[in-house]
Design a protein. Structure first.
Length: 276
């Protein structure tokens, strides 16, 4: 029997405190709200007890950040797309920020196991004056564990409607895409971090964010396979390819911390769950 799970998470600003409330169906939960930075920022950990999706499973995650609220969402471990007998495994995430809200979407990586048939959709709806920092990290197989990505497909879709769309299909049988220097060049981790604003960024803010990201890229071991750009006046994106997840995630965390400082004048202390 396929598993269908849904989570609706709402952030509200109440008496200068960002408060999270949620409703769920199926095996998808939010752990206790934490406030390591004070009342203004609510930290939550999203938990999917089964730990992965097989063919026919669907996860629907819907997050709404009301005006003035600030939420940060992460996960305790990687999500996993396992081997499918033919049906699609779908994870669908919709993030909606109202005027003046801030949201940080920072899940750990999604691992695509050989034989999976997966689709991962992320939609970012950011109202005027709202801002979001998020990332997306995908690992194709577990090469260091002797589990390469030899069969299967992944459909990846990231969209800020009317502003930015990235959509691509990875097929393990497409050797040209996976091995060519014009494709993944043999790398097995694809990662990106993005800043999405509901209002065009001033040139000063946008250039400062790009300069900070590019300085971190230049100093990093993945500098030959990473780049930062601004494809739209309201979007900044850094993309990186890596042989495995760890160095890519290290770079993304450095950029997250730098963007927090540069764009929001906030420190970037990692959520405690990341060190457990």
């Amino acid at each position: 029997m396929p598993w269908h799970a849904r989570l609706d998470l709402d952030y509200q600003l109440e008496h200068a405190r960002s408060v999270a409330r949620f409703r769920h169906e199926g095996p998808l939960r939010i752990l206790q709200s934490l406030y390591p930075e004070g009342d203004a920022v609510c930290h939550n950990v999203l938990v999917h007890p089964p730990g992965g999706l097989v063919g026919g499973d669907t996860l629907d995650i819907r997050v709404r950040a009301a005006a003035g609220s600030h939420g940060l969402i992460t996960t305790p471990g990687a999500s996993r797309f396992y081997r499918s007998d033919g049906e699609l495994a779908l994870q669908r995430t919709d993030l909606h920020l109202e005027t003046g809200a801030r949201l940080e979407w920072l899940p750990l990586e999604a691992i695509c196991f050989s034989g999976c048939r997966a689709e991962n959709r992320l939609t970012l709806r950011v109202a005027e004056g709202a801002e979001l920092i998020g990332w997306d990290v995908t690992a194709l197989g577990l090469p260091n564990a002797g589990k390469p990505f030899e069969r299967g497909t992944l459909q990846q879709h990231i969209e800020a409607p009317g502003r930015w769309l990235e959509r691509g299909r990875l097929d393990a049988a497409d050797g040209r895409l996976l091995q060519s220097p014009l494709g993944l060049a043999g790398q097995r981790c694809l990662a990106s971090i993005f800043f999405v604003a509901g209002t065009p960024l001033s040139r000063t803010r946008r250039d400062a964010a790009l300069d900070a990201a590019r300085a971190l890229i230049e100093a990093h071991e993945l500098n030959a396979r990473a780049g930062a750009t601004s494809p739209h006046p309201e979007i900044i994106v850094l993309r990186v390819l890596a042989p495995v997840v760890e160095p890519a995630m290290q770079l993304l965390r450095q950029v997250w911390k730098a963007w927090r400082a540069e764009l929001w004048h906030m420190t970037g202390e990692p959520p405690r769950i990341w060190s457990m």
